[in-house]
Design a protein around this ligand. Structure first.
Ligand SMILES: C[S@@+](CC[C@H](N)C(=O)[O-])C[C@H]1O[C@@H](n2cnc3c(N)ncnc32)[C@H](O)[C@@H]1O
Length: 468
């Protein structure tokens, strides 16, 4: 454990040093954040005060709702990685807002209020609170206990589905993460999954802890997220409704937020990320670049009698392209994230409306919400393929797919391998071809027939002719 902590400390120090270097470089180019230096702002005594002020201005509903609308639920803020509880102390005591702090270290919020916040409040407020404390020595702790509670835990993939965290998210009106380090992205994903407004102020990036994060550059290529600026961009790219704002304090002061507007300007090109849903997750959402989609279609040599599956299809962009390009082909997509599927279905409906007569119709494409791994149970069973034509909505990978596209993590590819094996065996028995293109990652243990580097993002595509 000691050794682990030492290594963790060293790793963090290295990453902070890297970020400082990047920050200094940006400053030299006039691109840095507000403030004199690239420091993280940990020594900026006013940052919580300024952040709370900004919160109240940016989310005015916090004040109006907490001001006593007894009919609606009391306003509650979920403060992730709340540390010693200064935000909770300020929000609860100065603005009568209920707060749930999520942090693995227990916070003494009352003590934080008395020692850190109170001495910096205007004299009049100090006098009033001291008077009330003279009348009742427990005045502060009683007030804070009635408004602040804590979940002593982290917010991450392991804890996100716990009943306590889910309850707290459901009953909160706003999720916040001020320098929440490794929890930052989890806050954004949790807020999206629950349709709640949020604000995060990213701090450390932890590129080695999150190597799968990629950010899209202006030329359409993708690069791994290594710097603070790239991390902010990466979060913004999750959804076109997200915006950033600069907070009035030094150091890491860029906030990424969504005010919760229901009139989504999301046009399907930047759909929501998938909720974190435990062990069956084969990959996080990251759309395949358009140029790679075209190349994958070419590599698969798709014909009109093919049935193409995209396992983890996201918003179905690969299948839409294939259905538009190859007359007669049937394209089926499965994704665990219903929001992405909804986005894709909306795009298909729009395209069908605007380009009638194209190959894209109800019998050529079907994208559905589901878990790809569910089909594994059917492996031991006899094929259910009927003699007549199966309607596209009933087509399964094992019984109908002749071509497959995947963009999944290596661990995900390993998990779906038995499915691909079985589908290949069944096709071979019928004398039909079966080929797979995997974007970005090789399928472990199989030799690719062809490898292509997609020109724009320089990301590989691997073609497999699956012969059993
Ligand atoms: C990297 S994205 C690829 C999206 C799409 N194929 C594309 O190329 O644009 C991986 C997708 O797999 C989905 N996914 C992860 N685990 C899954 C599972 N067990 N069943 C179905 N979809 C899954 C995610 O929701 C995500 O949309």
């Amino acid at each position: 454990m000691k050794q682990f902590k030492k290594e963790e400390g060293r790793r963090r120090a290295k990453e902070i040093a890297m970020e400082r270097k990047e920050q200094a470089r940006l400053h030299e180019q006039g691109l840095g954040e507000v403030g004199r230096s690239g420091r993280h702002g940990a020594r900026n005594q006013d940052r919580h005060k300024q952040f709370v002020r900004w919160l109240i201005q940016t989310f005015p509903q916090l004040q109006t709702e907490s001001a006593g609308n007894t009919k609606s639920l009391p306003i509650q803020v979920l403060d992730v990685a709340g540390g010693k509880g200064e935000l909770a102390a300020r929000l609860s005591m100065c603005h009568a807002i209920n707060v749930v702090v999520v942090d693995p270290r227990p916070a003494d919020v009352a003590n934080c209020f008395e020692t850190v916040v109170l001495p910096r409040l205007p004299k009049k407020w100090q006098q009033r609170i001291r008077q009330q404390s003279d009348e009742d020595a427990n005045f502060v702790s009683k007030k804070i206990n009635s408004r602040v509670s804590q979940l002593v835990t982290t917010l991450d993939d392991r804890t996100i589905n716990s009943a306590a965290i889910q309850d707290a998210i459901r009953s909160s009106s706003l999720l916040i993460g001020m320098h929440a380090d490794s929890a930052t992205e989890a806050i954004v994903d949790a807020a999206l999954a629950a349709d709640k407004p949020f604000v995060v102020v990213p701090c450390c990036v932890f590129p080695r802890l999150f190597p799968q994060r990629n950010v899209e550059r202006e030329d359409g290529s993708h690069i791994p997220v290594r710097t603070h600026q790239q991390f902010v961009e990466y979060l913004l790219q999750k959804d076109s409704r997200f915006v950033k704002d600069l907070l009035p304090f030094e150091g890491r002061n860029v906030a990424v937020l969504w005010k919760g507007e229901k009139s989504a300007s999301n046009n399907g090109t930047r759909p929501l990320t998938c909720p974190r849903d435990g062990t069956n997750r084969l990959a996080p959402y990251n759309p395949t670049h358009t140029s790679a989609i075209s190349m994958a279609i070419d590599m698969l040599h798709l014909q009109s009698n093919d049935v193409l599956f995209d396992l983890g299809c996201g918003d179905g962009r690969m299948l839409i392209k294939a259905a538009q390009r190859v007359e007669g082909i049937r394209c089926v997509g499965i994704d665990i994230d219903s929001t992405l599927i909804k986005c894709g279905q909306d795009s298909i409906a729009k395209l069908q409306e605007t380009s009638p007569g194209s190959y894209l119709d109800r019998s050529s494409i079907d994208i559905r919400c589901g878990d790809v791994l569910e089909e594994i149970e059917a492996i031991g069973h006899a094929p259910t393929r009927s003699t007549g034509e199966t309607p596209i909505q009933k087509m399964t990978l094992l019984d109908e797919a002749t071509a497959v596209f995947v963009y999944l993590l290596p661990t995900g590819l390993e998990k779906i391998k038995p499915l691909l094996d079985e589908a290949a065996t069944r096709r071979q028995k019928c004398g039909e071809p079966f080929r797979v293109v995997s974007y970005m990652f090789k399928i472990p243990g199989i030799i690719a027939k062809e490898t292509s580097l997609e020109t724009k993002a320089k990301c590989p595509l691997y073609l497999y002719h699956w012969e059993r």
